[in-house]
Design a protein around this ligand. Structure first.
Ligand code: NAD
Ligand code: LMR
Length: 327
């Protein structure tokens, strides 16, 4: 059985994400959990003629939804409105995420947990601390999904230089998932930065760091990115499933992870910056994180971006962890 659970499945991200996951033959059971309307979404999706069995689980049915899950994807919680930062969501979403993590610890302690809910820089430490409290935390299995930053970067780069194919050009994005903590390493694209003026590089970097705001503003109070996030979330989840279910090797995605997932590769970085979490390219294996790829070579411009990211990340991580530990 390969059971995938979507928590927040009836929401703006949850519905299209569930639709995309329904198309995968790697999934045998797709459980949709939400405090509203999950049975309706499940009934609808269950008519699609693919292999997985779809079940819907309402507010009082979290345990059944999570029972024996292989992978739990979490887009539950409130999205931003114009004028808000992702950190403004902490007050509501921290409790929601902690409650779901309690459910994971009780019903599927060995599951892969993929966190979409914002602020990701803090919600991932919340999940980790809840799992630690129950003695079931495995840093190789908990992921903050920052794939949308990578997806956006590929697209935005191709808009600046139309000879770049947005589908096959993977941009490395490291750090975290909010504003200055999103650090695109554009210098890794051969010859690309050399063709830009300083103004173009500034504008592109800003657009990648604040791409979320673009959507929040355009939706004008009706939420934040949902469709592009569902695409990005499905890409991440299905790639991880390929590695963990079929054993396919060499699969890499960027993710915001606990650096203890690969102590050997991250020890020096962790000691230097005092950070427990960071988004880096991760190679997947059967157990989740196989390797965390080393911090790439960065330009002087990108080093300045990194220097701005570190202190904010530290604050976000401490805030998330303290929510659970009280420390
Ligand atoms: P939404 O309001 O449309 O949907 C959220 C869903 O979560 C709702 O259906 C709601 O009923 C459900 N929910 C609330 N509390 C729950 C609980 N305790 N258990 C189960 N379900 C619960 O919001 P959305 O647009 O889908 O966004 C969801 C989250 O994803 C937000 O926090 C948003 O900021 C975040 N997000 C993250 C990224 C990223 O790149 N990581 C991108 C876009 C959005
Ligand atoms: C995004 O990057 O689109 C998401 O994190 C949602 C948001 O609040 O911007």
């Amino acid at each position: 059985m390969v059971k995938v659970v979507v928590c927040g499945a009836a929401g703006g991200i949850g519905q299209p994400l569930s639709l995309l996951l329904k198309q995968s033959d790697l999934i045998t059971d797709l459980a949709l959990y939400d405090v509203v309307n999950a049975p309706g979404v499940a009934a609808d999706l269950s008519h699609i003629n693919t292999k997985s069995r779809v079940t819907g689980h309402g507010k009082d049915d979290m345990d059944a939804a999570l029972k024996d899950a292989h992978t739990v994807v979490i887009p539950a919680g409130v999205p931003r409105k114009p004028g808000m930062t992702r950190d403004d969501l902490f007050k509501i979403n921290a409790g929601i995420i902690a409650g779901l993590a309690e459910g994971v610890a009780k019903n599927c302690p060995g599951a892969f947990v993929l966190v979409i809910s914002n602020p990701v820089n803090s919600t991932v430490p919340i999940v980790a601390e809840v799992l630690k409290k129950h003695g079931v935390f495995n840093p190789k299995k908990v992921f903050g999904i920052s794939t949308l930053d990578v997806v956006r970067s590929s697209r935005f780069v191709s808009e600046v230089n139309p000879s770049v194919d947005p589908k096959s050009t993977r941009v490395t994005v490291i750090g975290g998932h909010s504003g200055v903590t999103i650090v695109p390493i554009l210098s890794k694209i051969p010859g690309f930065v050399e063709g830009l003026t300083k103004e173009q590089l500034d504008a592109l970097t800003y657009r990648i760091q604040y791409g979320g705001d673009e959507v929040v503003k355009a939706k004008d109070g009706a939420g934040s990115a949902t469709l592009s996030m569902a695409y990005a979330g499905a890409r991440f989840a299905l790639t991880l499933l390929e590695a963990t279910v079929t054993g396919k090797t060499g699969l890499v995605e960027s993710s915001y992870v606990n650096l203890d997932a690969d102590k050997e590769s991250t020890a020096t970085f962790k000691a230097k910056h005092g950070l427990d979490y960071f988004a880096l390219d991760v190679e997947f294996g059967k157990e989740g994180v196989k390797n965390i790829l080393p911090l790439p070579q960065v330009s002087a411009y990108e080093q300045t971006l990194l220097d701005a990211a570190y202190p904010e990340l530290k604050t976000n991580i401490t805030k998330g962890a303290s929510f659970v530990t009280g420390a």
